[in-house]
Write a protein that binds this ligand. Structure first.
Ligand SMILES: Cc1cc2nc3c(=O)[nH]c(=O)nc-3n(C[C@H](O)[C@H](O)[C@H](O)COP(=O)(O)OP(=O)(O)OC[C@H]3O[C@@H](n4cnc5c(N)ncnc54)[C@H](O)[C@@H]3O)c2cc1C
Length: 370
């Protein structure tokens, strides 16, 4: 059975490892960070909201990855499913301050999709949409994915890889027959990949505990503020946030922290504890401070050109010219959860194609020219 090394144990690497194991390969996941580790700026998956609300727009490939993922997670979140508690099925409500220029690709696709009535609009919005989707309970979901890798027979190795040749030459496990790169923002500096198209999209958030919140809300085009609220089944709620290109600053900024709280309470006054909301006084950002669990800041792995999902071959060092397939699955930006299963399925297709390509060429004694 061919051994496949998966480099990366974020939501993308672990989901990809699960699908490769299900396809019948032997898998070793190699990563510096795993679920349950203390939060670190080099491990984005810990900082996500996360909900499924496709932003693919006209990008048909991304839309398919998102929708293939939605099919999986909608099923996993069915009330009778053993994985239901990893998700919360919630309404996702977007408020817009400018007319939508193009038809929304989510119309007619997402459950219960409709436009908001004028009496449902808030914060000066002129239109809005409503549909049902899921939020992921990130800190439960990642360990669950990790457990699936182990239960299906996958192996794991903790290592900081400087160059892919270290993996190919067998420094961390036996020499793999194929390599899959799911290094997120790390793909920019990982030797042998060094993808300069990868850049950070910094997202700062505040996590509060407010189990009475049961809907996601977001206001796009609100002047000066991008506010969103994403509840998780454990009762925590992520308040966002920022979307800053090429900003590498790894810690929450104090002034941003305050503006996130102010934007959130303006958009969703119901975030204040029910007694404050019921008292009739206007809730303020101060009412949220006792609810704070932690401030967060993550670097979404952006990539010019979008997700890198393709295959190639690489030469194994000191192996007489032997080549093995390499599959790239990184650069998911703000969409790593909502496209995780779709991109993992595509990565497996590319992997199978790559393995048969190499085997075919070995059998034929041909020189691989890719
Ligand atoms: C504030 C915020 C909100 C978000 N909200 C959403 C949302 O609502 N929905 C959504 O779908 N997405 C959301 N995202 C985006 C999502 O979090 C990312 O797209 C996703 O986590 C990327 O996962 P990944 O596995 O590619 O990368 P990571 O989680 O960063 O994992 C990378 C892995 O590669 C390993 N690695 C990298 N380089 C090396 C190396 N050289 N040696 C060894 N190991 C290495 C790391 O240790 C780690 O295990 C959000 C992100 C942020 C910051």
């Amino acid at each position: 059975m061919p051994t496949v090394a998966v480099l990366g144990a974020g939501v993308v690497g672990l989901t990809t490892a699960v699908k490769i194991l299900e396809a019948g390969y032997d898998v070793v996941v190699i990563a510096q960070f795993f679920p349950g580790d203390p939060r670190d700026i080099r491990y984005t998956s810990n900082f996500a909201g996360a909900n499924h609300s496709s932003m693919a727009g006209d990008d048909k490939r991304q839309f398919k990855l998102d929708m293939d993922t939605f099919e999986v997670v909608w099923k996993m979140s069915e009330p009778d499913s053993p994985t239901a508690n990893l998700f919360m099925r919630t309404p996702i409500i977007h408020y817009f301050h400018e007319p939508m220029e193009k038809p929304d690709p989510l119309a007619g696709v997402m459950p219960e999709y409709r436009n908001l009535r004028p009496d449902e609009l808030r914060v000066g919005a002129t239109s809005g949409t409503y549909f049902m989707s899921v939020t992921f309970d990130v800190w439960r979901y990642l360990p669950w994915l990790y457990s699936q890798v182990l239960l299906k027979g996958g192996r794991v190795v903790r290592a900081q890889v400087q160059h892919i040749n270290q993996v190919l030459e067998g420094a961390f496990c036996e020499k793999p027959d194929a390599l899959v790169i799911c290094a997120g923002i790390g793909a920019r500096t990982l030797g042998g990949v060094e993808d300069e198209n990868v850049f950070p999209i910094r997202g700062q958030t505040v996590l509060i505990h407010a189990p009475w919140i049961k809907s996601c809300m977001g206001a796009k085009h609100l002047p000066g503020v991008t506010s969103y609220v994403i509840p998780r089944p454990c009762g925590d709620v992520i308040l966002g946030g920022t979307w800053l290109y090429d900003d590498w600053y790894p810690k929450p900024r104090e002034e941003t922290h305050d503006s996130i709280l102010e934007g959130a309470i303006k958009l969703v006054p119901e975030l204040a504890p029910p007694e404050v909301f019921a008292s009739g006084r206007t809730p303020t950002a101060e009412d949220l401070k006792p609810l704070i669990v932690e401030a967060g800041c993550g670097l979404r792995p952006g990539r010019k050109g979008g997700v890198r999902l393709e295959r190639d071959t690489v030469e194994v060092p000191n192996a007489g010219g032997k080549k093995v397939p390499i599959v790239f699955n990184y650069g998911h930006g703000g969409q790593g959860y909502q496209s995780s299963w779709g991109s993992a399925m595509e990565a497996v297709r590319l992997l199978k194609e790559g393995i048969s390509f190499v085997v075919m060429n070995e059998v034929d004694g041909l020189k691989i020219s890719e």
